[in-house]
Design a protein around this ligand. Structure first.
Ligand code: 5AD
Ligand code: FES
Length: 341
């Protein structure tokens, strides 16, 4: 394993077969190496992103997702511009310097409406990053939002393998368009985050190796990877949870592939294991994304079952997160946390 890890650190990539071998690594050595690399580049700093889940309406029907259009059990909501501004205000006073506006693909939010919201946040918080995570849109739409002041965009590619992608999404969606969106976003100048779930129906190590090679090619600033967690009102409700150890291996590989990468230790990881977010940090993740959504809507943004942090006020959530990070020797910093090459 040591040879393979050295090679990954030096060449920043591996062959498909080598990635598969490293993904199956059973011992902690891979994790230790990734932790050391993370410490070397970021010290014990952890960046914060405040997640504002502003709409759970979605026109798509991804088979794994709890807010899919066909889920009639989901109670739908939209936040007003005023509510979103209130989330930012609370977040700012708690030390957040990045606001992530995340939502389903909701036709209500036209470019005009979104640009107005983004511009308002941009004007009020010139020292903050504005991240959007609102799915697939046209180039022109991404461009308008960028010009209005958004500077980062999260769009998980979900799986780089087109055949696998087709088994998880209705016909209208394709991995080709998803990837095109990511390339468009990069071209416009956004800091871009892609990513995928671990343990999704039909996923093999082959697929994950393809994901890693796609990530290498795209060269994003951020990569979000978390375990798949079944949602009871979806067609894949009976499937197994994603594997913790495999998720940690992937985070470690990402850290070694790009020491500067922004890697969140996800809420999904914290949901499958009480110490999941800490374990993610200890294999090189360097970002946490506590919820800034109003408490009243948190339980409605259920992408998967048993999601954590849905009862707490923003202030409680952040103090919990600070304590958790301090317990393992890390500190949350008040900073925008831009990608640096
Ligand atoms: N389990 C874990 N993660 C999920 N996501 C969607 N549904 C689930 C699920 N059931 C992830 C997707 C999406 C991100 C916002 O949440 O990867 O891109
Ligand atoms: Fe949200 Fe612990 S981080 S309650």
């Amino acid at each position: 394993m040591k040879d393979l890890i050295d090679k990954l650190e030096n060449e920043r990539t591996l062959s498909h077969t080598e990635f598969k071998r490293l993904l199956s690594c059973e011992d902690d050595y891979l994790h230790e190496r990734a932790r050391e690399t993370g410490k070397r580049f970021f010290g014990n700093k952890i960046f914060l992103r405040g997640l504002i889940e502003f709409t759970n309406y979605c026109k798509n029907n991804c088979y794994y997702c709890g807010i899919r259009y066909a889920n009639k059990n989901a109670e739908r909501y939209r936040l007003t511009k005023e509510q979103i501004m209130q989330c930012c205000e609370t977040g700012y006073s708690l030390g957040f310097r990045t606001f992530v506006l995340q939502g389903g693909e909701d036709g209500y939010y036209t470019d005009d409406i979104l640009c107005d919201i983004v511009a308002k946040i941009r004007a009020k918080y010139p020292d903050c990053a504005i991240t959007l995570s609102i799915g697939e849109r046209e180039y022109e739409s991404y461009k308008r939002l960028f010009d209005a002041g958004a500077d980062r965009y999260l769009l998980r590619h979900e799986t780089a393998n087109d055949a696998h992608y087709k088994t998880l999404h209705p016909d209208k969606m394709s991995s080709e368009n998803r990837k095109k969106c990511l390339w468009d976003l990069k071209k416009i100048g956004y800091q871009v985050g892609c990513g995928f779930m671990v343990g999704l129906l039909g996923q093999t190590l082959e697929h994950i190796a393809e994901d890693l090679l796609f990530i290498k090619e795209l060269d994003p600033e951020m990569v979000g990877v978390g375990p798949f967690i079944p949602h009871s009102s979806t067609p894949v409700s009976k499937e197994k949870l994603g594997d913790l150890h495999l998720t940690l291996n992937i985070l470690a590989i990402l850290r070694l592939m790009n020491p500067n990468l922004l890697i969140p230790s996800t809420t999904a990881l914290g949901t499958i294991d009480n110490d999941g977010r800490e374990l993610g940090i200890l294999v090189g993740a360097n970002v946490v994304m506590p919820n800034l959504s109003p408490v009243g809507v948190r339980k409605k943004y259920f992408l998967y079952d048993n999601k954590i942090c849905t009862g707490e006020e923003a202030a409680e959530c952040i103090s919990c997160m600070k304590r958790r990070m301090e317990n393992i020797g890390y500190n949350i910093v008040v900073a925008k946390g831009d990608y640096v090459d």
